[in-house]
Design a protein around this ligand. Structure first.
Ligand code: CMP
Length: 305
């Protein structure tokens, strides 16, 4: 924006513009800068999983920092205070004084020390006068923390509406929420492969998956599961061999928990079965579910009951 204003001023044009037009131009330039910053954050491989709102909040909090030719923007081994996007000029990246690469304009850098709380992994030197947009470490972490808290609440509410987990006591549910990790799968990825060892319990948070189940287990049907269903690696609880393939449709977000954590938070299979006994009983009473409308969850619980 400053550069554009300088350019206009040099041409004597800015003063000639009526102020509403100047303001309108400011808004247009600001919006295009925001778009460039958003794209720069989104295309960074370590920041790719940020949510839309997180990126939006971060962009709103970024501010300009300039560096003179020859100055270090970042020094290897020092603690990191900012994450940057290069807006103008040339930067070189060095590790132990060895040139690694140059950074192109509208690229994010300095994200590693901020994300992983480590010291700077490389030095970044200004080859020319440089203009960057910076985000302070505290602001980055505040945005991440606020979202984590909101997410925690969102997952809790989500799990309360899921198929099985509301049957667990509240404290168990909270522990599960604390331990959940999020995994993303692209279209046609396999989430679970038939025959592989299962150590993970999956809950579909977003998207749909197709389960191709062994014919003997589920009447030879491919079963479609969607949001809030559990794609369970059944061996996690039962050691039963119960195998299926899952291929997602349009990209899937799963909440996952591993076997060890599951055992620590929910307890043994016997404990789990006790909590779910009413569900198992209700299935046993429901002939329809046992026959024509059988689905993978029912099959499983019929199995274990
Ligand atoms: P950080 O470790 O916070 O500070 C130095 C930055 O240089 C680092 O984050 C990355 O953004 C960047 N960086 C480190 N190694 C490389 C590399 N091999 N190629 C490109 N950029 C790098």
């Amino acid at each position: 924006l400053n550069k554009l204003q300088d350019a206009l001023k040099n041409q004597g044009e800015l003063d000639l513009l009526p102020s509403p037009i100047k303001e309108k131009d400011d808004v247009i330039v600001f919006n295009s800068v925001k778009k460039l910053l958003t794209d720069a954050l989104n295309k960074n491989q370590y920041l790719r999983r940020l949510e839309v709102q997180q990126v939006k909040d971060m962009v709103e909090c970024m501010y300009e920092r300039t560096y003179q030719q020859g100055e270090y923007v970042i020094k290897q081994g020092e603690p990191g205070h900012h994450l940057f996007v290069l807006a103008d000029g040339k930067l070189d990246v060095y590790q132990h004084n060895k040139l690694l690469t140059s950074i192109s304009v509208w690229t994010t850098f300095g994200e590693l020390a901020i994300l992983y709380n480590c010291t700077r992994t490389a030095s970044v030197e200004a080859v020319s006068n440089v203009r960057t947009w910076a985000l302070d470490r505290e602001v980055f972490h505040n945005i991440m923390r606020m979202t984590a808290e909101a997410r925690h609440e969102q997952y809790r509410n989500f799990l309360r509406r899921s198929v099985l987990l509301p049957l667990l006591p509240g404290d168990k549910l909270t522990k599960i929420v604390d331990c959940l990790e999020v995994e993303y799968y692209n279209k046609e990825d396999y989430i679970i492969r038939e025959g592989e060892e299962g150590n993970t319990f999956y809950i579909i948070a977003n998207g749909k998956v197709i389960c191709n189940i062994l014919p003997s287990v589920c009447l030879g049907k491919a079963v479609e599961l969607s949001c809030r269903h559990h794609v369970q690696e059944l061996k996690i609880i039962t050691e039963n061999v119960f195998l299926y393939n899952c291929t997602d449709e349009d990209g899937v977000e799963c909440l996952v928990i591993d076997r060890e954590t599951f055992s620590q938070t929910v307890g043994t299979f016997d404990e789990l079965k006790k909590y779910l006994q009413s569900y198992v009983d209700s299935l046993a009473r429901d002939d329809k579910k046992r026959n024509a409308n059988i689905n993978v969850l029912d099959t499983y619980f019929l199995n274990i009951s």
